[in-house]
Design a protein around this ligand. Structure first.
Ligand code: ATP
Length: 216
């Protein structure tokens, strides 16, 4: 399938499993910025311990969840790279592939954003992409270094954001979706109903594979 080479929104995450919160975020970003969304599941995370599902199972659940989402697709580059996944490596690779003119956005929730200063070479990320931040509770304190970054690089409009290929921070005023993969894994372990939190096809995959039966 032909993908836009001009604008791309990269949505990194564990997706263990992918849920309605991720899908609502992707839909909101896609609509607001008029971009395709490239989901990039990490291989292993510096900040997360052992994951509940394998990389190939998390990829499979994403493929299932996105099958009827025409503006969303999956890229397995972090899984194929192996080892610990760092966003700076991923956005640098995609920038080299798409060229300096492409507008590139990295999508993340407020919880992930508040920890940005812990990321590898975090100061370099804005030279490759814009950051698009989606609301997520609970509100966490934003460290001073990030407030300073916002003072220099935050933009208030999509027009300003789209004026350059990278370098700005944009907060999307999207409605909050209260769901997390942790909550889903916990509910599955307790045999609670998760049908509102996942696509039915993803839930069927989880049940068939007996995933998260020993999840935390
Ligand atoms: P876990 O509960 O295992 O930590 P998660 O639900 O946070 O998982 P991830 O795959 O780790 O899901 O998240 C990928 C990205 O999506 C992160 O930037 C995270 O902030 C964001 N995100 C996930 N769920 C939501 C949500 N409900 N609202 C806003 N952002 C979200």
């Amino acid at each position: 399938m032909t993908r836009s080479q001009i604008d791309i929104a990269i949505f990194g995450g564990t997706f263990d499993p992918v849920h309605t919160g991720h899908l609502a975020m992707a839909a909101a970003v896609s609509e607001r910025l008029d971009v395709d969304i490239c989901f990039v599941p990490l291989n292993s995370a510096p900040h997360k311990g052992c994951l509940g599902a394998t990389a190939s199972e998390r990829l499979a659940m994403l493929e299932i969840a996105l099958a009827d989402e025409p503006r969303c697709y999956v890229d397995d580059l972090e899984v194929m790279r192996g080892d610990v996944s760092y966003t700076i490596d991923t956005v640098t690779t995609l920038r080299a592939k798409l060229g300096s003119e492409a507008r590139m956005y990295f999508v993340l929730g407020e919880d992930a954003y508040s920890g940005l200063t812990q990321w590898r070479l975090w100061q370099n990320i804005l030279s490759q992409v814009h950051l698009v931040v989606c609301p997520r509770r609970p509100k966490v304190e934003v460290p001073p270094a990030l407030l300073a970054l916002e003072a220099d690089f935050k933009v208030e409009s999509v027009e300003r954001l789209k004026a350059a290929p990278s370098g700005s921070i944009f907060f999307l005023d999207q409605q909050q979706i209260e769901v997390s993969s942790t909550e889903i894994r916990r509910k599955l372990l307790d045999d609670d109903d998760v049908s509102r939190l996942l696509k039915p096809e993803v839930l069927a995959f989880i049940k068939a594979r007996k995933l998260y039966a020993n999840a935390q």
